[in-house]
Ligand binder design. Structure first.
Ligand code: BGC
Length: 888
């Protein structure tokens, strides 16, 4: 039986608020092998039974089942649409209609009728209090409500309420973007929630990233001085009439009991000041103060249909401990980003005070120093009476531990929960193997993602930073995209990267950019270099390219094309003889071969920069090719060749010695294909030598680490790659695991073998950059590799690197076409090691299976293996396969 298993819109099962018709994709289910779609038919309707079909594509001969563009439907704003699909395959089967996917349009071109309204005045600019705005209204009499959609956004953070209930389950909305250019609004369906007569809508507004205190310089008001709300509630009645409620001067305002809320410092709430029932009918708000209207460009409001921050999970305390210094500490057993929700009984004026932190010190005491100036403190003053339940709302904390400074009554685990917050993305990666430390590493990498994908990709979630550092996001992008569906997350962020680029194409160090023009940090001021560092700024090219590679999405290349090109041109302008240098560079950041006390690794900055110049230019030329922009493709392809040539002239001696004798220099040269072919072997040998000089340990920083294992395994040094991955003494990935890490550390020596710590100035225990080794687990250990000629895993290359004395690996990646699965088992036999490999290839895709170090193929069901020395290859269509072979 052929069927369409899952239909997605912009890669999601449903969308609430879009400005354009989403791309459609579907997964195919069949009991057959080698299934290929030969045609599809797609319908769009405004009723879910498709009685009133708006669009019917007719039968289209095509094998495309991902990123399908629907261009012929004229969408109306604030309307729900339904989409379904049926297909035919190469076995002559026809599927029934798929289940129905649905989406709601946003405001589209519709003008916003209201204004931004604020409960604050400019005198509140340094104020971090939360305010309330409310309005009551009645429905037009005479007809029943057919639909009601709310479009809402804020300057600052908002929580919206209708008749006493929070609208939607998103938090920290509208998120953080380059606000003057790109402010997201959310859309919610209130059709079922409106009351037939009186209704009340209202919102709480917090400072958030908009006007709050942000950045290590602790400046504030980056985007404005007053929080404000904008909304448009569009009610369609069954008789065809409509009613629109907007934010205007008829709203009323008041201060909330939340006296203080800031991203870094936490929240203070005095529940005794609560205005009970303020967001519901039956409350008299006439005495509240008037709102003021704020002018802000409404043209920058953009619909956000997906990928909002949500409460994703709740963790119970793992234990409650009393430290040697006598503090009561709740250990949640996992470093995470989010809130602590607590339940408390007490009397008016009693207090709960919680201090969130990441790690205990060597003596087992509370360690707050690495938070720098971030307080991460939540204070709640009880109103008294019945049990009270609270969690903060306009802040978030990065923590594993919570010090309970005050709490009336006994501290019992049942009264505390850690609510895990992150951007809502579908998990796509699965990795499990016979080595428990490696499994823990994988979990740590995943938690690094969760903790730092809180609306923007942050460097860390705990200290006074939490910024969208471009380098970190670039380094981790591919790993993240195996673990979770990151397309919509990065598409949002990349839009801001583009907006925040300098007119010349320079890329800020952090996106959204709050450093340029604000940075009082010594190094930045002295060098005047608050943007455009190699490997950091290259996020402009590498991240969109990675989205294309993983999801086959050309829209993101279109969206970012000019930004990508501007970045390449920036490097062209600032390079001399194709060797690129520019002001402040981070080089191989926090590498262990740095001079004592320095953050800058030993690999020369111009080598790192030029290597990235070549790499990004190559990717950009391929992006141009993918979009059919042949002229650009040829131009930038030629440029890339020249850069490589100059790189070789500058950094290789005539006899093939790479001038910089560092691990990172060799890794970059190999992984970015910058080594003259005759010198490849020598370069690989030197890299292995450099590894041995450190007893098999890495000394690499942000730039070299992600590609270390690849540089080895792609050059016949699989054994060394495995040995490097599995090292478990200092410095190594598993050293952290053995030290009890539950996320990835910023520094290899975050906690040193003697228990002392790296300087508290910069020592995060939840920094995903070194987690970039995750891509080696998926691309090499599991061997699930994308093909840049058939992106989005339309064609997958399966070539597992068996090794590390593992007896089994079980991995899967949920591609747009369905799950790609690879399982391998190794057993000893008299003849040597025997590998059993199980593969799952989704329908409508193909796979090339590449095996190396094969002595003899014992069994290969339904696969035609072709031998070339020790390497065996097979081309297969969809289905499940098993093969067994004897290793060399
Ligand atoms: C951040 C890093 C970032 C670096 C660049 C640090 O403060 O935490 O992750 O990439 O600065 O210099």
């Amino acid at each position: 039986m052929l069927s369409v298993k899952k239909i997605t819109l912009d890669y999601e099962l449903s969308l609430s608020g879009v400005d354009n018709f989403p791309v459609v994709g579907w997964e195919i289910e069949s009991h057959q092998k080698n299934v290929k779609q030969v045609s599809y038919q797609l319908q769009v309707s405004i009723d879910k039974y498709f009685d009133a079909t708006l669009f019917d594509s007719g039968v289209i001969s095509s094998d495309t089942s991902a990123n399908v563009n629907v261009s012929d439907v004229l969408l109306r704003p604030s309307t729900r649409y339904f989409v379904r699909v049926k297909i035919n395959d190469n076995h002559g089967e026809e599927s029934p209609w798929s289940a129905v996917a649905e989406f709601i349009t946003g405001m589209m071109e519709n003008p916003w009728g209201g204004d931004f309204i604020s409960a604050e005045t400019s005198a509140d600019k340094d104020n971090s209090k939360v305010t309330l705005v409310r309005k009551s209204f009645s429905l037009t009499k005479g007809s029943a409500v057919a639909s009601a959609y709310l479009h809402v956004s804020a300057l600052g953070l908002y929580q919206f309420y209708l008749n006493g209930h929070k609208v939607g389950n998103d938090v920290l909305t509208p998120g953080w973007t380059s606000y003057p250019n790109h402010l997201l609004y959310q859309t919610y369906d209130l059709s079922e929630q409106l009351q037939c007569d009186d209704n009340v809508i209202g919102a709480e507004l917090g400072a958030g990233w908009f006007k709050g205190d942000m950045g290590f310089t602790r400046d504030r008001n980056y985007y404005g001085q007053q929080t404000a709300l904008i909304c448009q509630l569009v009610i369609h009645y069954q008789d065809g009439t409509q009613q629109i409620i907007v934010t205007d001067d008829s709203w009323r305002a008041e201060d909330s009991p939340i006296l203080f809320s800031e991203i870094y410092d936490g929240e203070i709430c005095d529940a005794s000041l609560e205005h009970e029932g303020w967001n519901n009918t039956g409350f008299d708000g006439t005495h509240w103060r008037p709102v003021s209207l704020i002018s802000f460009d409404k043209k920058v409001l953009t619909a956000q249909g997906v990928c909002k921050v949500k409460k994703i999970a709740a963790l119970e305390p793992a234990s409650i401990i009393i430290t040697p210094q006598g503090d009561t500490v709740i250990d949640f057993g996992q470093n995470l980003s989010g809130w602590v929700e607590f339940k408390v009984n007490g009397k008016l004026g009693d207090k709960v005070i919680l201090c969130h932190f990441e790690t205990l010190d060597a003596q087992g005491n509370v360690y707050l120093d690495n938070l720098r100036s971030a307080k991460q403190r939540v204070e709640y003053i009880l109103k008294g009476g019945a049990a009270e339940v609270y969690h903060p709302q306009f802040t978030y904390q990065g923590f594993r531990y919570v010090k309970v400074e005050s709490y009336p009554g006994k501290i019992v685990p049942e009264n505390f929960k850690a609510l895990v917050l992150h951007s809502d993305m579908a998990p796509t990666g699965h990795f499990n193997c016979s080595n428990e430390d490696l499994n823990q590493l994988h979990r740590n990498i995943l938690w690094g993602l969760k903790g730092n994908f809180v609306d923007v990709p942050t460097d860390c979630p705990q200290r006074d930073e939490r910024l969208g550092w471009t380098g970190d996001a670039q380094i981790f992008c591919r790993t993240a995209s195996y673990l979770m569906h990151t397309r919509n997350f990065f598409a949002k962020w990349l839009r801001d990267l583009k907006h925040d680029q300098t007119p010349e194409g320079g890329v800020p160090h952090v996106v959204p950019d709050i450093l340029t023009g604000h940075c009082a940090n010594d190094i930045n001021l002295a060098e005047g270099g608050t943007h455009s560092a190699a490997a950091w700024a290259d996020a402009a090219v590498i991240n969109p390219w990675t989205m294309y590679l993983m999801y086959g999405d050309t829209r993101i290349l279109e969206q970012q094309y000019e930004s990508m090109k501007a970045w390449i041109e920036f490097m062209v302008v600032h390079s001399e003889n194709h060797i690129w240098r520019y002001k402040l560079q981070f080089g191989d950041w926090v590498a262990l071969d740095a001079k004592e006390g320095s953050y800058f690794g030993a690999t020369p900055v111009d080598l790192v920069s030029t290597a990235y110049f070549a790499h990004s230019t190559r990717l950009f030329s391929l992006a141009a090719k993918a979009l059919g922009r042949t002229e650009d493709y040829l131009k930038y392809h030629a440029l890339q060749q020249q850069i490589v040539q100059h790189f070789q002239d500058e950094f290789f001696t005539p006899s093939g010695r790479l001038a910089a004798r560092t691990q990172t220099a060799h890794i970059l040269a190999l992984y970015f294909n910058l080594v003259p072919e005759p010198f490849r072997e020598r370069t690989v040998n030197t890299l292995v030598e450099l590894l041995h000089e450190h007893d098999g340990h890495l000394v690499t920083g942000f730039v070299g680490t992600p590609y270390f294992c690849h540089a080895l395994s792609q050059n016949g040094r699989e054994k060394e790659a495995w040995a490097l991955l599995l090292k478990d003494d200092f410095p190594s990935w598993l050293y952290q695991v053995k030290a009890g890490a539950t996320t990835i550390w910023e520094h290899w020596d975050g906690i040193k073998p003697d228990g002392s710590m790296w300087s508290a100035d910069m020592n995060s225990f939840n920094h995903y950059a070194y987690g970039a080794v995750g891509e080696w687990l998926y691309r090499s250990v599991a061997g699930i590799e994308a093909d840049e000629n058939a992106p989005g895993f339309k064609h997958v290359i399966i070539s597992p690197v068996i090794g590390g004395d593992l007896s089994w690996v079980e991995a899967a990646y949920q591609s747009g076409y369905g799950e790609i699965g690879v399982t391998w088992k190794v057993r000893d036999s008299e003849m040597g090691k025997i590998v059993t490999l199980n593969i799952r290839v989704p329908h409508n895709t193909q796979a090339t299976v590449n095996l190396s170090a094969v002595r003899e193929v014992i069994e290969a069901q339904d696969m035609e293996m072709v031998q070339q020395g020790d390497n065996w290859t097979a081309q297969v269509g969809s289905g499940e396969y098993q093969l067994e072979y004897l290793c060399v």
